[in-house]
Design a binder for this molecule. Structure first.
Ligand code: SF4
Length: 491
């Protein structure tokens, strides 16, 4: 993009910044002559003086700016790294004059006290926070301006307990319709935190929690401290309350993690049944500690963005390639929540969650799932055919009907999921219609879609309960609810 812009108009100055270029500025400037300046380190104190003197093109003015690399008369000049900004309150609130979107990023603190070797934040040694008073004022302003989602970019939001608690309490008191996203370390949550969080209205908070691996040796190799037992205990408590969406992360390709170890990490995390599990692939970022250790661990990676791992001393490239497909399947069939009732039933019947998605991946490979875009209806069809090899057809069919109807909100079921009401039951249903409506508190049956089922599915505490019964289900697709009529009650 920068190259194209420069080609169109060579007067336009190209300024790059961020960790991808900060640690390699000289070589980037020598390789790409369309780049004019690179800001090294935190940019806020550099960008303004740079813009102020950019047109003068005066060497003496430019060399006074700390945190800059640039080309001058075919020579590359480097003024080192910018100074770390210690007083976060001196940073201007970026949304004062304009809120660009319904989803915005907000930074209350910078830096992380932890030292995970794959992470750029591990080299940012000082944790600095914006004053609570200012944070509250700015959040209130964003809420009043109807921002839908505020994503805190703070690296470990709850590293400073009193700080995070104060913000959480403040937001719970306000209880706005805005949702707040935090990256947290779940093992740091204590009783007081959990009590505060249990009072959050549903949907106010969502958490992203990095687990990365549950293998102690792997965690040691990446210099990460985490008590998985505590992580599991705390997330299970949050999920039981059911008010906070929990998204967990695992990383493929960490030093020491082979396929067996990854399988265990995956099963450990899945035993929590998180709302979402993101399977990421190690990225070897220039300047991160793992970049300097890559040869020690035999890590080969893409030399261009996103720099993800290709092989390690523990994982062959074929295994990583296969895990990319595995991740695609897991994303489509678990994270999407499209098949949540069906998948939850299957996973409740196993403890080897990896094996289930492994078998599904292998099955889908036979249908060229990874070589083309597969539509929603075909996904249902493929999952149906895969599951009926092992489970009772009537159960799988009914579960998929629930998922299909609630996902698409349309009553025209595909051929393989279709079923008709038995004429005998239909007659009885019509006969007792008035009574049924009264019993269910319904004024009319307009818009309801009626199907005979062999099971009812109810959601309790974020979990699905399946009750086996001969029933008629009245689906209200618009409002995403269903009513149950027991066939025996039609007698
Ligand atoms: S991975 Fe998270 S906890 Fe570890 S250094 Fe980075 S931001 Fe901190």
């Amino acid at each position: 993009m920068a190259n194209i812009i420069k080609n169109i108009n060579s007067d336009i100055k190209i300024i790059l910044g961020g960790p991808e270029v900060s640690f390699d500025a000289t070589s980037i400037l020598s390789t790409y002559n369309f780049v004019d300046y690179i800001i090294k380190g935190e940019g806020e104190r550099v960008i303004r003086p740079l813009i102020e003197c950019i047109n003068e093109d005066s060497l003496s003015s430019l060399t006074k700016i700390k945190g800059l690399s640039f080309r001058y008369n075919n020579e590359i000049i480097d003024t080192g790294y910018s100074d770390t900004i210690m007083d976060m309150d001196t940073l201007k609130f970026p949304y004062e004059s304009e809120i660009p979107d319904k989803i915005i990023y907000y930074e209350a603190s910078r830096g992380c006290p932890f030292r995970c070797s794959y992470c750029m934040s591990s080299i940012d040694k000082k944790v600095r926070v914006r004053s609570l008073e200012l944070v509250k004022k700015e959040l209130k302003y964003l809420i009043e301006n109807n921002v839908k989602l505020i994503k805190f970019v703070d690296r470990t939001f709850n590293a400073n307990k009193s700080y995070s608690r104060e913000i959480w309490k403040y937001l719970i008191d306000l209880s706005p319709s805005t949702c707040f996203h935090f990256e947290i370390a779940a093992d740091l949550l204590d009783e007081e935190d959990l009590n505060i969080l249990s009072n959050a209205p549903k949907g106010l908070f969502q958490f992203e929690i990095g687990v990365q691996s549950t293998n102690e040796c792997v965690l040691k190799n990446i210099n990460r401290t985490m008590n998985f037992k505590k992580v599991k205990e705390n997330i299970e408590r949050i999920l039981k309350v059911g008010n906070i969406h929990c998204h967990l992360d695992l990383i493929v390709g960490l030093p020491g993690e082979d396929i067996i170890s990854f399988k265990k990490s995956f099963n450990d995390v899945m035993s929590i049944m998180p709302d979402e599990l993101q399977i990421g692939f190690l990225k070897v970022l220039k300047g991160s500690p793992i970049f300097y250790d890559k040869d020690k661990y035999g890590i080969k990676y893409l030399s261009y963005p996103p720099y993800h791992v290709l092989k390690t001393d523990w994982l062959k490239s074929e295994e990583i390639y296969w895990l990319l497909n595995f991740e695609k399947v897991f994303d489509s069939f678990y994270n999407s929540r499209i098949f949540e009732r069906t998948i939850s039933y299957v996973l409740n019947n196993t403890s080897d969650y990896f094996k289930f998605f492994e078998d599904l991946t292998t099955y889908l490979q036979g249908y060229e799932f990874f070589e083309r875009n597969v539509g929603l209806q075909e996904k249902f069809f493929l999952l149906f055919n895969f599951l009926i090899q092992k489970y009772e057809v009537s159960i799988i069919k009914d579960l998929l009907i629930y998922d299909y109807l609630f996902t698409t909100k349309k009553s025209n079921l595909p051929e393989f999921l279709r079923k008709d009401i038995d004429t005998k039951i239909d007659r009885k249903f019509k006969k007792y219609k008035e009574n049924i409506m009264k019993k269910l508190n319904l004024e009319s049956m307009k818009g309801l879609f009626i199907l005979p089922m062999s099971l009812e599915v109810c959601k309790n505490n974020n979990k699905f309960d399946i009750i086996y019964n001969e029933v008629l289900i009245l689906f209200d697709l618009k409002n995403q609810i269903s009513y149950t009529i027991h066939v025996k009650d039609l007698e």
